[in-house]
Write a new protein. Structure first.
Length: 277
């Protein structure tokens, strides 16, 4: 049984090309706090999972002047044939507005015991992404120049949708796991459409009646050496507003899938003095 890494997400935000970071003039992300109820969407016949409930809190703040801060906590209680299991995933990150620097911290708890902790920083250099881990151990690694940080991934989706690009592949480093290469992501973007659920539209306030982009992202482990057609480690579908707000999230693994439904939404303070895009 696996828990999603928080690249959404995450939740979660600068257009990055293979040559470096580039800002899209008219794209602005909305600082906000979103709370999602998590539930079991489906389960395979071979899985030992019998039930799932939880809550996911995502807090995003910052601007093109200040840089972007994301904090996420996902707590899930699994009911299995062997008894209950409580998983708690906490992620914090900061990305500079120019997309050149990234700080990250991730903690994973299982039944209230710390199971994994990842912490460090990353810098964009001429030859790629220079990553310096301080936890779980001190280590320095270099990823390819095409890798981006989480905020860049969100801007890339929005910019490609604006340009009419519906399918593409990129790579991302989000700092949630101790890895030696960026994760490959295949992205499919559908045509923007209204949200169906009236409750969700009401929660979102003045953006609730806007159109949202249907997005599917398939994540592949680096250097899998698979022969033939590749199989993703997991995939995520969601609907995204042009400000980066996401709803109707479904995360699918081989043995089960889970849904994250928006139940609370609050706009965070906006930097009114920031005129930089």
């Amino acid at each position: 049984m696996r828990v999603t890494r928080h690249s959404l997400l995450a939740a979660t935000l600068t257009v990055v090309t293979l040559c470096g970071a580039v800002r899209a003039e008219a794209l602005t992300l909305l600082p906000h706090r979103a709370v999602y109820d998590v539930s079991l969407a489906s389960v395979s016949d071979t899985s030992d999972i019998e039930g799932l409930s939880g809550r996911w809190v995502f807090d995003f703040s910052g601007s093109a002047c200040q840089g972007y801060t994301a904090e996420s906590r996902l707590v899930m209680k699994f009911e299995t044939s062997e008894g209950p299991r409580l998983l708690d995933r906490r992620v914090q990150s900061f990305e500079t507005a120019d997309g050149q620097s990234f700080k990250f911290k991730s903690q994973s708890y299982s039944d209230q015991e710390l199971e994994e902790e990842v912490e460090g920083s990353a810098e964009r250099a001429a030859d790629g992404i220079q990553v310096a881990y301080t936890k779980p151990e001190k280590a320095e690694m270099t990823f390819g120049p095409g890798a981006m940080f989480p905020s860049g991934q969100v801007f890339e989706i929005l910019e490609n949708a604006r340009e009419g690009l519906r399918f593409y592949e990129s790579s991302v480093f989000d700092g949630t796991e101790f890895v030696d290469d960026a994760t490959t992501v295949s992205v499919v973007i559908g045509k923007a459409k209204p949200l169906k659920a009236a409750e969700t539209r009401t929660l979102l306030g003045d953006i609730g009646d806007d159109n949202f982009l249907p997005v599917t992202m398939a994540y592949f482990e680096p250097d899998t050496d698979q022969e033939g057609e590749r199989v993703s480690d997991y995939d995520v579908t969601f609907q995204m507003h042009e400000t980066g707000v996401q709803t109707n999230i479904v995360i699918r693994y081989e043995e089960y899938s889970m849904a994250a439904s928006l139940v609370e939404f609050t706009k965070n303070d906006v930097d009114q003095d920031c005129t930089k895009q």
